[in-house]
Design a protein around this ligand. Structure first.
Ligand code: SF4
Length: 615
């Protein structure tokens, strides 16, 4: 067993209710680290290719990393992994809060579910024991009610990851929620949980994560907390809403379903900026033992939107998707929509994207009031935005069409609506513009999970041998993106927050923490780069084996066809090849199909995968 791990993986067959434990051995831990690294390897090995992601054969995993629940600063995260019902390929999502650490303190590094229950259940974990319990009383409850009810039953120290009504109703844009508003939102994995009739995982325990040198790690923690730099201060002050205004000014934030410019089409965008959000914040929210504490709980809403005190602060992505992208400057409505998404268990990026799409279809006459249940889906109509968010959560009326995401909504609506559906590979595009944001442009299309803002590169800490490339520069972008994202794949798999890892003054600090945690004194930054590359090759191999067409292709608008005529990004247009090929060549992935070369797979120690992809 590796230090940093509890050494146990739990397998739960929801059809037979059988459970078994397997060891999380040191060799696997070092090769895949945990999180979506371990998750991808397990699903490659154990899941039959071509399964229905919502069928009983699909595997759904909740996986921590080897820094999760340790003294490593930022070691708070867990990943949810499975086949994405949105893309048909590899799916992962991750979340902070305190569920991940508690899962380990309850005795497990990971839980994988197979089968499907015939009635609602939840998994109760406590100090190394596991029990499937009836969840009939929780089915239909929102995520806040679910967590409250489970804590009433088991105690306040219980941590819960659960789905809301959206996941129960198999909305493909449903996510998994913990801490009543921290979300593993992307890839549609809440629907996979719902299909298994698994309402929640409830974890409780006080086991200690074994660490090779706990005394040294305690000292390092003090040193690392004191030395956090870069964006840590700004994140502490305002959280991610602090970048909203800047993103509007540089035309990075989406406006008017990605066809507009926030500063021109929504001159009042600052109504939802960092300072405005801060005024409505009651107190900070921190993931488990995080000194940055970039989250927040809000004061109770006043005026038209009377949300209760304590609801979570909307993050930048939520502000962008429900704000500028819908030409909405009403902050109360965004806080309300955010809270509705948290309660129903919806991805705020996807939900906001669906509403902006609906507004554009309404403007173009493709949709009318008759289609949208009487709601006037005009730009900036914040009341309609909130009402439609609730309909999506309930799968009610037109919300039922949007609940499965843009790709399927446009297919059902037809009438030319497809051109306004801003998804890539079935996943709604996150709130940073790829037109001129070259890291996002590559990441959205080339990462095995498309449309993801946290796969855009550039978040790595200093101290790595990565040649710097200015934001606006394409030359040299391929190697930069490869190295930056490879390092951050390791960070993700370790269960560490990207914001914290990026705030370390040097990657050396992360390495010294890993030495103290794992005892792997020969581990280097170079090994982390290689491990990240291995991990993402397994994710990509999963897509190739599933027959998913990669790299993913943008809708014309998202690559500037036609280009914008006004604003900071006027005139920018790109082809898939000029943005993707540098990176794909560096990765040794085929530029047409995204398939990793045999030599690359062998070099990464993935001979068995090479044999399958290159028989
Ligand atoms: S920086 Fe923010 S998201 Fe990251 S661990 Fe800290 S509180 Fe959580």
């Amino acid at each position: 067993m590796a230090y940093g791990a509890m050494g146990k993986i739990l397998w739960v067959d929801l059809s037979t209710r059988e459970m078994k434990e397997e060891p999380f051995d040191e060799q696997t831990a070092r090769k895949y680290l945990g999180g979506y690294g371990l998750g991808a390897r397990v699903l490659w090995d154990r899941q039959t290719p071509g399964v229905d992601p919502l069928g009983p054969e699909a595997i759904l995993g909740f996986v921590t990393g080897i820094t999760t629940g340790t003294d490593a600063v930022g070691g708070s995260r867990y990943a949810v992994v499975g086949k994405s019902p949105l893309t048909g390929g590899w799916g992962d999502a991750n979340s902070g809060g305190s569920f991940g650490p508690q899962l380990k303190m309850a005795g497990y590094d990971a839980v994988f579910f197979t089968g499907a229950s015939d009635k609602p259940v939840y998994l109760y974990l406590n100090n190394g024991t596991a029990e499937l319990r009836d969840a009939s009383h929780l089915w239909g409850k929102d995520t806040v009610e679910t967590e409250n009810l489970l804590q009433q039953e088991h105690g306040k120290d219980l941590e819960v990851a659960c789905i809301g009504p959206a996941g129960e109703k198999l909305a493909l844009i449903a996510g998994v929620i913990n801490n009543k508003g921290r979300a593993a939102a992307r890839s549609g994995l809440g629907a996979v949980m719902g299909a298994k009739k698994l309402k929640a995982i409830a974890a409780q325990g006080n086991l200690t994560v074994p660490v090779a040198n706990p005394e040294l790690m305690r000292e390092l923690r003090k040193k690392h907390v004191a030395s956090l730099t870069g964006h840590a201060e700004q994140l502490h002050a305002t959280g991610t809403p602090g970048i909203y205004e800047m993103c509007c000014v540089i035309d990075d934030a989406p406006a008017k379903n990605w066809v507009g410019v926030a500063t021109i089409d929504l001159p009042t965008y600052a109504n939802c900026g960092g300072e405005a959000v801060l005024e409505k914040q009651k107190r900070r929210f921190a993931c488990w033992r995080c000194p940055i504490a970039c989250g927040g709980h809000m004061k109770s809403g006043t005026g038209e939107y009377k949300y209760p005190e304590g609801v979570h602060k909307p993050e930048y992505e939520t502000l962008a998707m429900f704000g500028s992208n819908c030409l909405n400057d009403n902050l109360g409505s965004i806080i309300t929509a955010n809270d509705l998404c948290n309660r129903y268990g919806l991805d705020t990026i996807s939900t906001g994207a669906c509403i902006a799409f609906t507004m554009e279809c309404y403007e173009k006459g493709i949709l009318t009031k008759e289609d949208t249940d009487g709601l006037e889906m005009t730009w900036g109509n914040h009341r309609a935005l909130v009402a439609m968010t609730e309909k999506i959560g309930k799968r009610e009326g037109f919300g039922d069409i949007l609940a499965d995401g843009l790709k399927r909504a446009a297919e059902r609506i037809g009438r030319g609506s497809e051109q306004y559906a801003m998804h890539i590979g079935g996943q709604e595009i996150a709130g940073h513009d790829p037109r001129g944001g070259w890291g996002f442009a590559i990441g959205y299309g080339c990462d095995p999970t498309p449309g993801r803002h946290n796969q855009g590169g550039g978040q790595h800490p200093p101290g790595l041998d990565i040649p710097d490339v200015p934001r606006e520069q394409m030359t040299g972008r391929g190697v930069y993106h490869k190295l930056s994202t490879n390092f951050m794949h390791s960070v993700s798999a370790l269960g560490m927050c990207h914001f914290v890892a990026g705030a370390y003054p040097s990657a050396d600090q992360l390495v010294e923490a890993l030495h103290a945690i794992t005892g792997w004194s020969d581990l280097t930054k170079e090994e982390l780069l290689l491990t990240g590359e291995r991990i993402t090759n397994v994710r990509q191999a999963f897509n190739i084996r599933e027959g998913v067409k990669t790299p993913f292709l943008y809708p014309d608008r998202m690559r500037g066809v036609p280009p914008k005529t006004v604003g900071p990004r006027a005139g920018i247009t790109f082809t898939h090849e000029e943005v993707y090929n540098q990176y794909l060549v560096e990765m040794d992935w085929d530029t047409k199909t995204g398939k990793p070369s045999k030599a690359k797979l062998v070099e990464l120690g993935l001979e068995d995968i090479a044999q399958v992809l290159w028989p």
